[in-house]
Every structure is written in C-alpha cells, then in structure tokens.
Design a protein around this ligand. Sequence first.
Ligand SMILES: [Zn+2]
Length: 441
Amino acid sequence: MKFATTTLLFAPLLVAADSAYEDLRLARHAKIARQAPTPASAPPPSPPATTTPPVVAIPPPPAVSLLSTNPTAVPLTQIVAGQPSPATIPLATTYTAGTVPSGLPEAPGLPSLSSIVPSNYPPLDKLPPTDSPQVKAWIAEVAASGIQIPNILPTLPGGCGTNAQAASNTTNCWWTCGGCTREDDITSCPDKMTWGLTYDDGPAFYTPNLLQYLAEQKIKSTFFTVGSRVISAPATLQAMHVEGHQISVHTWAHPPLTTLTNDEIIAELGWSRKAIKDVLGVTPNTFRPPYGDIDDRVRAIAKAMGMVPVLWTRIGPYATFDTDDFNINGGITTVQQVLVNWKNILGNATSMNTGFIVLEHDLFPQAVEAATGYILPDAIAHQPPFKIEPVITCLNKPLRDAYVETNDNKTNPPVASGGFFLSSRVSAGIIYLAVYFCSTS
Ligand SMILES: [Zn+2]
C-alpha cells in the first residue's frame, strides 16, 4: 500500500490509519530512528532524486483556528519535509560538573562530561550485544528480582498486521493492538485540565530551541530520551535536568520491544538507563516503550529493573493522543494535519474528567517548530487554562520521586518491591471512536 491510499478523516477523529499504513510507518520510523544523527554543521541530506515518491493527492486538511501563535513561529508553509536545515540555538547554559538542579536539591551534582566516552558504550543506534559484563549483570538483576517473566514469544516486526495471533491474544495485554493496559501503566494525569507534557527521541539538534521556549514560558516537560542520543548530546541532557525537566528512559536504539528477546529488552533498557545515570547522576524509574510497543513480557522485565511504563492517552480501541508530529519530517503527514490532530486532541481533552498525556517529539526540526510556534502557544492561551507539567508532577508526586537516588520511597514505593507507582491511576474513558491510529513514539 502506498501512502496515497491512506484515508485521513477529521473531527472527532484523531490520527487515522489502517494497519498496513501502521506497518509502513513503524518500519519508516525504525529506519529513521536508527540512523546516526547528522552533524549540526551539515543539513540533513536530501533523498536522491531517484527515490522521490510519486506525487500523491492528499486531501488538504480543514483550516485550523488557533487561539495564539508564537510571533517568531516558522511559517506553516516552511514546515515541510526536506526543508532547509534551520538554525539551531546553542544551549543557553552549559552546566559545570557538580551543578545540582535547583528544583531537585536531593540530586547528586552533575558528573563531568569528560567521563562520557562513547567507546565505553555499545555502537549507537544498534541493538546492544547481550554477552557483555554489563548486560549479564542486568540479566542477573532481573533473575534475582523474583518477578516472573511471562513466557510470551517475541512478535514479528510489523505490528498487529503481521502478528494476528498475538494481536488477538488478550491475555498478553499488548497495548499496540487494542490498547490493553495494566495497573501500573501510566496513560494520563488524574486531574482534569492537566497536561502531562512529553517529548520523545532526543536529545537532538533542535532540543535547545524547545528548551528555550519552555524556559521563556516557565513550562517543564518530561523527556523520554534515547540512550544513543544521550551519549551524542550529553550537555543537552544535563541542561534538561538542571532546568527542571523530568528525564525518562526510551531505550538505547529505539526498537519495538515486543520483537526482542528477554535479554535484548534488558540490554536496551539497561544501556539507556546507564547512559542517563552516567550523564546526570540519577537513574529514572520510568520508561516509555518506543511506539508504545509493550505487552506483559516487556512490563515484567521493566518492573524487574525498577521501571514503570508511561504511555499516552487513548480514548478508544483505535485512537490515541498522538499528534503525529514525527511524520512531518518524512513527508508522511503535513504540519497542517498535525494541527488538525492537535485540535481534535484538545477537543477530546477538554471533555474528559481527567488530565491527559500527548505524544510529541523533539528529534526533528519540524516537530519542534510545530510545538514552539503553534501547539504550545495555542495551549497556553486556552481558557480555562491547562496546567502543563511533567508526568511525574501531573501524578501529584514531587520530581524527586522520578529517580532512584532521590526517591524517598514514601509516596512512590519502587515498583519492583510490589508497591504501585500510581495509586491514582485513571482511565481516559471513551469519548469518540476513531479508526486505527499509528503510534510513532
Ligand atoms: Zn520514540
């Protein structure tokens, strides 16, 4: 199936796609996410002319009316696939070793970046080997946890469409195919009009642009960071941390976790967790599975490693709060469609009795430009106002609860000890039914 055949439907629907489209997007995302980033000094290469996809007739989305936009926003007509590489903003501050975040006085001081040597880590954007001493130690950690890992076979690449049997087996609780969740899964915020703000796949070249806007607006976010990016941009990760944002695990090389063996899942989570600990001095106790690809086997392994899954809000079997901003860069969607998705999310979110979590990204410039130019200004101008904050505080827990070293284990007992991370877990409830989404986490 070509992208041209995908039908996009509008309000009250969110991101719409059929399962074949989902498979294409999963594959495309996996390919993009595993590529090493382009150096900041060079624009991303344009695809060779011979690979230019055929011109397709995508119906234009309806005009979107926003309450406010950023006066310095990049014009929508310029936020396109293959756009010239825009200017990056240098980090406002490069923090020195020993700096303690003012909003997290319990945290240890920042480690020295001279201690971050890429050769001490697995190759970037590749599955880490499972026979290294580090991974063997984490495998032993899981075995010693006492948590039973369900005997669920890895899925085949391609999602629900290529795994019909697993997709229909509800006992595995595979979120990707139908939205099954378990008690510990975090999918929304308990309080109405509260937005647990999240950005995935960084830290990347345009993350400082996003950090600057968030600082101007005094907004904190949760960043689900990829270990390979952490090692590539450790100063940016330190800036996120010192400036009060929550840092969480998003694997080392961004694979769909249900496709991996137990040891491979352990290696992915372990190396990402270690990279963050080495750069920040703190160890996250939450993670987001790439593509939201989680079942009970992945949940159990993560729990044995002390990590709670954070997904994003789903309002029906086939609709989630996914802006689809990731796919502007690849030409799979447009910024105009992303804003339609955003307004549909907003319409649903304001009708809910709980808060919500939305999927957004900071890997590519188009997504950052959409966020800082349009989505965030629109959200900030909303009346009644949203409370926009990191996931951990939207759960009415202090930021210190987000890390092993700073959690006092009182309000947030470690999940591996049998304590529930979230006593106030909520269900988004079904508001509108939509056709099948594609998560690009
Ligand atoms: Zn991701």
